[in-house]
Design a protein around this ligand. Structure first.
Ligand code: KG4
Ligand code: ZN
Length: 348
């Protein structure tokens, strides 16, 4: 069993954690949401600066809360891709420096592999193969998890990610940033059948729809057109709760339909969900009900492990380290990287 100190700085959360195999010994997250809220979204340069300011204290607290000394840490891990490059560089440089200073192996971790490993933190008995539905601010993916480092991407978004759609719709309804939590809250008070919106299917050239891929930019435009036509009719105030409920139901239905189809087609009986949008109550309800109807098991990590955190990065790193994987100190950061290429991070 390996114990890892992990750092996550790919976007707007400065996070550090200590994880022993699948057990979280500490998990510290300093959110930058309040800083970025005033700009209506994440400003990369501002995020990098805040990581530089916060990471020292966050890492120190993680180690302190775990009650461990350096001698009990087997390796240091940092998220190295994909994400905001400047933000990733802060975490990777800090991780490498600590690894060099304390003569520990260093591991660069793929952010999405981290989101996949979030499921093990609350379900330590979970083992591949299974389907992971990863829905975050940057990704909407259906991943066949075959083993540690072995992933097949079966479905993706062709444009906006699901979380991005929540954020953009919230912005056009003037609800602030981030959009997911506020839409989720308002949707609970609205009528989900008030408005009919497109589910974000991808049409295939020969007819029919792609079973697993989605497109959310059309849905966002449909909400915009709907708002414009309500305003043109003089509807005031706008039926914001009904708009939120209808939008949320449409996203939840589309994602659920594709995830269930994908699991059934590939003979996978378990669906683990990850990423910030996994916190969405509409998605949780739809997916849980559809999974039960189809005799599938669906696993939802607790909310604190759905959104960005370093515990999930540490869990992935501990598994890699147990298998003898480690990264070269020359490892760089990348804004984009396919999950299929995860094993290229471990050259030694
Ligand atoms: O995984 P995450 O913390 O960061 C990324 O890696 O992107 O996900 C953030 C995204 C944001 O777009 C946010 O609006 C969305 O997750 N989100 C939600 C909810 N909570 C967070 N979306 C829908 N419903 C929620 N309850
Ligand atoms: Zn994330």
């Amino acid at each position: 069993m390996k114990t890892v100190l992990a750092i996550e700085t790919s976007c707007d959360e400065t996070a550090a954690a200590v994880v022993r195999s699948r057990t979280v010994l500490s998990n510290v997250v300093a959110s930058q949401i309040d800083i970025h809220r005033r700009y209506g979204g994440v400003v990369p340069e501002v995020a990098s600066r805040a990581h530089v300011e916060n990471l020292g204290a966050v890492t120190e607290t993680a180690l302190e809360n775990a009650g461990l000394g350096w001698s009990e840490i087997d390796g240091i891990a940092s998220t190295c891709a994909p994400g905001l490059v400047g933000a990733l560089m802060v975490g990777v440089t800090a991780g490498k420096t600590l690894a060099m200073l304390h003569s520990k192996p260093f591991l660069g971790i793929h952010h999405l592999e981290g989101h996949i490993y979030a499921s093990y933190l609350s379900q330590p008995e979970l083992h591949p193969p299974y389907l992971c539905l990863l829905v975050s601010g940057g990704h909407t993916s259906l991943i066949h998890v075959q083993d540690c480092g072995q992933y097949e991407m079966l479905g993706k978004t062709r444009d906006d990610a699901a979380g991005e759609a929540f954020d953009k719709v919230a912005r056009l309804l003037d609800l602030g940033y981030p959009g997911g939590p506020v839409i989720d809250k308002l949707a609970a008070q609205g009528n989900p059948t008030a408005f009919k919106l497109p589910e974000g299917n991808i049409s295939l050239p020969g007819g029919g729809i792609h079973p697993y891929d989605s497109s959310f930019s059309g849905l966002k435009t449909a909400v915009l057109r709907l708002v414009q036509s309500l305003q043109a009719e003089g509807v005031d105030p706008l039926p914001v709760t009904d708009l939120c409920a209808s939008f949320q139901k449409t996203v939840a239905k589309g994602l659920t339909k594709r995830a269930i189809r994908c699991a059934l087609d590939h003979g996978l009986t378990k669906i683990a969900i990850g990423g910030g949008v996994a916190a969405n109550s509409g998605l949780r309800q739809h997916l849980a009900a559809a999974a039960e109807e189809n005799n599938l098991q669906v696993l939802f990590p607790p909310l604190k492990y759905c959104t960005d955190n370093a515990a999930m990065i540490g869990c992935a790193a501990a598994d890699h380290l147990e298998r003898g994987h480690q990264s070269d100190f020359a490892l760089g950061t990348r804004s984009r990287m396919d999950l299929a290429d995860v094993m290229t991070l471990y050259g030694r």
